[in-house]
Design a protein around this ligand. Structure first.
Ligand code: FRU
Length: 478
């Protein structure tokens, strides 16, 4: 047996070697999920960006593919998206074959050095072999920079109301929408966000898509932000509203987060998945991503998540849950039912590798779940009734000194107003993802214990009535 590298996740995507950040160009094509990603193959820190590539049938078992896009004279290949141009609007189609078209930012490091403001431009490329090889369009860039330093991360989708492609672009402190009939010529439609949402940093990696709630269509605008996240550093905020093919109007302007933990960033969704919307984020934070103690590679992606709208009162919120495909890799669960406890340990379970825990309680009372090893290193996940907050505390999780903000307890408000509480944890070797109240509150957190955690304890703080708990080992995804 091959010895497992320290901190290499079992069920989360990582590059075989070297540096990775944002997921890019995610598209579902002929039964295969494609994941491209920001990749620098020559180092374990950020550098000249390429698009790495991996494919999967189930979103969990990934096959590594050759690097898809290389930097060229127009610059590095930054984040972007991919669409299936089924109607051949671009005219790139060949012998009746529809092209896969990638839309991405080219970042010119020379222009940046010279202090120019127009060094980020949007380019396109097309592929006929499912993203293995690409031809860059000779007319690149297709959308030129009007003098905005941060002008990047195009997310493109077909809009059936106006019968045009819509590009959602991050432009410094706002989103700018563009439209195009052919993916080659782009017209500015509108701007959104100068005075709404969180602005602690630059707006990056947006996404715009419709979601139905009880048969009615609403639009979700994801906007990644760095820094200025709810628990420091980079994070994903979102707005729910309407989009008429020209402009986005939010229903509310308060700040919402797709994930309150420190370690989900640049999260966007797969294109071409029909009514299903699947979200994936980079499982790190720009505050420390380049100094985390992994040796041959840096960073993993989150578990893919099915997202939908939920209503709390009269407001719409985004809710996430791990994709259903995860149940296929779960072993037979350990089940506890109807335990009333007062200030005591309710369950002590063995952990080796990856696991999933699902808990239900009739009333939202304080409790904690601790992942720990024999060295006393631990991550504590829980709910505090008094402050009505979920938390993840990695202060004593193991290696923490590589960056000053890493050792911390992170908080997230409980959004649900229901009496009953439920929670799902997806645990891997170096991460935990918390989905509370059917995914209304989500937190993602990474950690680096000196020895893998070997136990999971459930503890009540005060009185706690457990309705049910199910705990299952997850089989390695590779
Ligand atoms: C977000 C980001 C994007 C950019 C890419 C560069 O993490 O900064 O805005 O396109 O990473 O790697």
């Amino acid at each position: 047996a091959v010895e497992r590298e320290q901190y290499r996740p079992l069920i989360h995507f990582t590059p075989q070697k070297a540096w990775m950040n944002d997921p890019n160009g995610m598209v579902y094509l002929n039964g295969t999920y494609h994941l491209f990603y920001q990749y620098y193959p020559d180092s374990t820190v950020w550098g000249p960006m390429h698009w790495g590539h991996a494919t999967s049938k189930d979103l969990l078992h990934w096959e590594h593919q050759p690097v898809a896009l290389y930097p060229d004279s127009l610059g590095y290949i930054f984040s972007g998206s991919a669409v299936v141009d089924a109607a051949n609007t671009s005219g790139f189609g060949k012998d009746g074959k529809a092209p896969l078209v990638a839309v991405f930012t080219q970042h010119d490091p020379k222009g940046e050095k010279q202090g120019k403001t127009d060094f980020q431009n949007q380019s396109i490329a097309f592929s006929f072999d499912a993203g293995k090889t690409w031809t860059k369009y000779a007319g690149n860039p297709v959308l030129k920079n009007p003098g905005i330093k941060d002008f990047r991360d195009p997310k493109v989708s077909w809009n059936d109301d106006v019968k045009k492609w819509i590009m959602t672009l991050a432009t410094k402190d706002r989103i700018t929408f563009y439209s195009s009939p052919d993916l080659k010529s782009w017209t500015k439609e509108s701007e959104f966000g100068a005075n709404v949402g969180a602005h602690g940093g630059v707006w990056e990696c947006p996404d715009l898509f419709p979601l139905n709630y009880e048969g009615k269509k609403h639009w979700v605008l994801l906007v990644n932000l760095n820094p200025g996240g709810p628990n420091g550093g980079s994070a994903t905020q979102y707005f729910v509203g309407s989009f008429d093919g020209h402009a986005f109007k939010p229903y509310q302007t308060d700040t919402r987060w797709a994930d309150y933990g420190p370690d989900e960033y640049a999260g966007v969704t797969w294109s071409n998945t029909g009514d299903r919307k699947i979200f994936l984020g980079w499982m790190s934070n720009w505050q420390y991503a380049q100094v985390v103690p992994t040796k041959t590679w840096r960073s993993a992606m989150t578990i893919p998540r099915d997202i939908r709208l939920e209503k709390v009162g009269d407001k719409y919120f985004l809710a996430s849950k791990p994709v259903d495909e995860l149940s296929a890799i779960a072993e037979k669960p350990l089940v506890f039912q109807n335990v009333d406890a007062n200030d005591k340990r309710i369950a002590n379970m063995k952990l080796s590798g990856a696991a999933r825990l699902d808990l239900n309680a009739a009333k939202a009372e304080s409790f904690s779940i601790t992942l720990l090893n024999d060295k006393g290193q631990k991550v504590v996940i829980g709910y505090d009734k008094v402050s009505n907050q979920y938390y993840i505390d990695r202060t004593a999780s193991g290696k923490v000194s590589f960056e000053k903000s890493f050792a911390a307890k992170h908080l997230a408000r409980r959004l649900s107003t229901k009496d009953e509480l439920n929670l799902t944890l997806v645990i891997d070797v170096a991460s935990v993802e918390l989905f509370a109240d059917n995914g209304l509150t989500v937190m993602t957190e990474i950690f680096f214990p000196d020895e893998d955690y070997s136990h999971v304890n459930l503890q009540s703080t005060g009185s706690f009535a457990l309705t049910s708990l199910s705990y299952a080992k997850l089989k390695a995804g590779r």
